[in-house]
Design a protein around this ligand. Structure first.
Ligand code: AMP
Ligand code: MG
Length: 524
């Protein structure tokens, strides 16, 4: 197994001089060296072949002892010094101080085909940042992270990736519902991969500690390696940097809204500086279209991180990042200007995305009204978001609506209670379809062309919550076949793939209120 190791983060930024693995506050440093825990009996569950290739490994490497040991934490790559990163963050709106990689350990950076990748184990034991927790991860959350990061990539959503999923052979104690019923679960380690795992919180913690010198070092480092179009070292470079981070972050959220993804814990320590979806915890996929939905039971009261609120939260988080960067520019106005233009830009981009979902290639003044009314009507009817948009593409543009609802035939399967679509509700749908069909007449394209365009942005297959849960239930019985199957299917989420038709279906009734399907806690 040969990797082209090329470390920059740990080389160019200050290390914590204390090499002991004791929990503590770490000041004046960007990271602490730490060695992963040796697992008692590692077993390879799944490898992403694409990531294997992306980092420069060969197909045959995955079957080697070295691969098993390195990516489960049992062996450190020759010539490397793994480390945990130091960061802080706002959790649910409150400043939480130092958090850091409590259970993530960066192994090394590799460069392959001119691309830089950081390899990071999640669940490989405690670090100086573990606070009161154990540094471990369980199989269920690791399956969810591994499958979802790869699925998101294939959906075209910016995301961290996942190379491998391994069982450690160790047991991990978790109180899954936080109700006093702790139980042992199988321990697992995922190897996450991204150009960098720097978060908003890395900047925030240095700013909170008034460590402007290291704040500058971190910003210059980030710009140098990941924003090469920005000239490093001037005050303006930090504003440009902020602008680009803001744009990437909001673009990421627009993708989430497009595919129906709810992150669940958009704390600033879970916001990647590269605008990647990061930290797959109690995330979920919208089944019934409900902008107020969040899968995270820890957030059930305030629903701060609900689907329809993700852009606002991203902006709030960007304000926190701006505050952290102010000491480098010594002015707030340039950041305020960026924030203002960026939120205007968001609305335009959101509209453009929705137009694509609806198959509009040209822009019309009435589009906003059509989109708003659709969202209202979807909200009023229990409708599967994925199936609705996918099937809407099959609508014949010469359809005439009728009072008995025959015009709804193409999207009927998306309704959870089709019998309830009558009376007033049916009238609302008729009104909406009338305006939509009218609007389609202005498009100079054939139904076929429109369908092809819509099917490129409206996925047929997403990792529905119950699907991940089924894979987890099987894996807990040592059957990993569903992980393989879902992984293969989710590589082509926009393709018809008739062999997987059974997964193009509404959430089954048993999953409606089941833990892991509609409700998830942060316990992982
Ligand atoms: P999260 O919001 O799940 O990304 O986690 C918030 C913070 O808690 C981060 O600093 C994590 O590293 C830390 N953390 C979460 N779970 C554990 C664990 N089992 N052991 C140690 N640290 C953890
Ligand atoms: Mg996190």
């Amino acid at each position: 197994m040969k990797l082209n190791i090329n470390n920059t983060f740990s080389k160019e930024l200050p290390a914590d001089p204390n090499r002991e693995n004791t929990r503590r506050q770490v000041a004046g440093a960007a990271f602490s060296y730490v060695t992963p825990r040796i697992p008692s009996n590692p077993v390879l569950v799944h490898v992403s072949e694409e990531m294997l290739q992306a980092i420069g490994l060969r197909e045959e490497d995955k079957a080697t002892e070295a691969f098993l040991r390195v990516f489960s934490g049992g062996e450190v790559l020759e010539g490397t010094n793994p480390y945990a990163m130091c960061y802080g963050g706002h959790q649910f709106g409150s400043w939480a101080g130092q958090l850091g990689d409590g259970r993530a350990i960066n192994l090394a950076e590799v460069v392959h085909n001119d691309k830089r990748w950081t390899l990071q184990l999640k669940g490989a034991g405690e670090t100086p940042y573990s606070r009161s927790a154990d540094g471990l991860a369980v199989l269920r959350s690791s399956i969810r992270e591994h499958l979802c990061s790869e699925a998101m990539y294939h959906l075209g959503v910016p995301t961290t990736r996942s190379l491998s999923l391994m069982l450690t052979g160790d047991e991990v104690l978790r109180d899954m519902l936080y109700d006093g019923n702790a139980a042992y679960e199988k321990g697992a380690v995922v190897c996450r991969v991204a150009p960098s795992f720097i978060r908003f919180g890395n900047f925030q913690l240095l700013a909170a500690r008034r460590d402007t010198e290291n704040l500058k070092k971190l910003a210059d480092y980030t710009i140098r390696h990941f924003f090469p179009n920005i000239e490093e070292g001037t005050k303006n470079s930090y504003v440009q940097f902020f602008e680009e981070v803001a744009e990437r972050t909001l673009d990421m959220v627009i993708h989430w809204q497009r595919v129906g993804f709810v992150h669940g814990v958009m704390n600033t320590d879970n916001m990647s500086i590269l605008g990647l979806t990061i930290d797959y915890g109690p995330y979920g996929w919208l089944e019934d279209y409900d902008p107020d939905w969040t899968p995270n039971t820890t957030d059930a009261q305030g629903k701060r991180y609900r689907f329809g609120h993700q852009a606002n939260v991203a902006l709030w988080n960007l304000v926190q990042l701006a505050n952290a960067l102010v000491p480098l520019v010594e002015e707030t106005k340039p950041f305020e200007d960026v924030l203002e233009s960026i939120s205007e830009g968001y609305h335009l981009k959101y509209m453009a995305m929705m137009r694509q979902k609806l198959g509009f290639e040209i822009e019309r003044r009435e589009d906003a009204e059509i989109i708003d009314t659709l969202e209202e009507t979807l909200k009023a009817t229990e409708t599967d978001m994925t199936m609705f948009f996918r099937n809407l593409a099959n609508l014949n543009s010469t359809t005439e609506t009728d009072e008995d609802g025959k015009f709804l035939a193409p999207v009927m399967d998306a309704f959870y209670q089709p019998d309830e679509v009558k009376g007033e509700l049916l009238k609302r749908w008729q009104k909406w379809f009338d305006s939509y069909l009218e609007r389609l007449k202005e498009e100079g394209i054939s139904d076929d062309e429109r369908r092809r365009g819509m099917n490129k942005v409206n996925p047929k297959y997403v990792l529905r919550n119950y699907m991940a849960q089924m894979a987890i239930d099987k894996a807990n019985k040592d059957d990993f076949s569903l992980i393989d199957e879902l992984y293969e299917m989710l590589k082509k989420p926009y393709a018809e793939q008739p062999e997987y038709e059974q997964w193009f279906a509404k959430r089954p009734d048993w999953a409606r209120h089941k833990v892991g399907c509609s409700m998830l806690s942060c316990s992982s």
